[in-house]
Design a protein around this ligand. Structure first.
Ligand code: GLY
Length: 353
């Protein structure tokens, strides 16, 4: 049976958002083409995979916190559906998150976060440095105190991407491994000169979304982040079982453990256009601050250093909306692409119906 053009969906971008949208749309019965010259790469490949709206909360970002909490509630069902569909483990970890502080200014910031969360009805358990080291023996003596947030989770970004790719293939998504040049209502112009005509196009191209349609130009900007991947060597203290976030003299740092014994250490954050070089200074800062939190990493193997481009938006909230008839945006997820993937896919499905 041939599908009319009006029944076809073209999703531009095969990062975590585009893959999630394409999978869900195909399962819902749409005929989906997914367009990306390098699927499952870029920021999605580099990411730490924290699903941590509560520990990420900040003053003035109450809408983002509420959206993140709603997104987190959908994660167990999203992961289970992927597991059932593919027989693969999508990499969801439910071990919780510790937020730790090193100096007295970091501790004051933590108290501020706890107070802010309390006012919004989110409980955070305060812990002394000693209690934290009992829970996670790899934490160093510099840690002065922290918060325990069992509700904040994580996902192995690469396991999830592989699972989503398989789920898309099983659901009949057609993959076009080529770049999109421009996207407009009901059509995608490809860099190879060909055109895909469709009933609705979805721009899910992360930091590059602003280059694809004038309505997104200036609304989505790249925000660079450098991330390291480590592995404990024989004889070294094992990595923590929970996500550990901290501030070291005001600089944020986080560790996200993986089931295979790996440890992701992130992340720098700065605006450098579309530059994805890993700078020496970025690696130095991450290792120096990371060692204050987990001294044992000095004995770990350094496996990878990468830089990704987060798709920043003016208010840090994602842009998931109809731009014009036949054209939807699903972008601007900034630091929260993995967290917001299930709720974004649901919202795009609503917009498609
Ligand atoms: N989600 C954490 C980061 O963007 O570094």
């Amino acid at each position: 049976m041939t599908t009319s053009i009006s029944g076809r969906i073209a999703v531009v971008g095969a990062g975590v958002i585009g893959l999630s949208v394409a999978w869900r749309a195909a399962v819902a019965g749409h005929h989906v083409t997914l367009i990306d010259p390098a699927p499952a790469s870029g920021a999605s490949w580099v990411a730490g995979g924290m699903l941590a709206p509560v520990s990420e909360a900040w003053h003035g970002e109450e809408d983002l916190l509420a959206l993140g909490v709603a997104a987190l509630e959908r994660w167990p069902g999203f992961a289970e559906q992927l597991r059932e569909t593919t027989g693969r483990e999508p990499g969801l970890r439910t071990d919780g998150t510790l937020v730790v502080a090193v100096d007295s200014a970091d501790l004051a910031q933590l108290d501020d976060l706890a107070g802010h969360l309390g006012k919004l009805g989110h409980h955070a358990d305060r812990k002394t440095g000693r209690e934290l080291r009992k829970q996670e023996p790899a934490l160093g003596p510099a840690i002065r105190g922290g918060l325990w947030l069992p509700q904040d989770l994580s996902v192995d970004n690469r396991a999830l991407l592989a699972t989503l790719q398989q789920a898309c293939a099983t659901a009949g998504v057609t993959l076009r491994e080529t770049a999109a040049h421009t996207v407009s209502a009901e059509r995608v112009e490809l860099a190879d000169g060909s055109t895909i005509r469709c009933g609705q196009a979805v721009i899910a191209a992360g930091a590059w979304s602003g280059r694809l349609h004038p309505a997104l130009a200036g609304r989505v900007r790249p925000v660079k982040g450098e991330v390291l991947r480590l592995r404990a060597r024989r004889g070294a203290l094992p990595p923590p079982t929970t996500t550990v976030r901290g501030t070291v003299e005001g600089r944020p740092v986080y560790f996200v453990p993986r089931a295979d014994g790996g440890l992701v250490l992130g992340a720098t954050q700065y605006e450098a256009g579309f530059d994805t070089d890993v700078q020496v200074a970025g690696v130095r800062d991450l290792l120096r601050d990371g060692e204050r939190v987990l001294p044992a990493i000095s004995e770990y193997a350094l496996l990878e250093s990468n830089a990704g481009l987060r798709p920043g938006s003016p208010d840090n909230l994602p842009i998931v909306e109809r731009l014009e008839p036949g054209l939807i945006a699903a972008t601007g997820h900034f630091r929260n692409g993995f967290l917001l993937a299930p709720i974004t896919a649901d919202k795009v499905l609503e917009l498609l119906s």
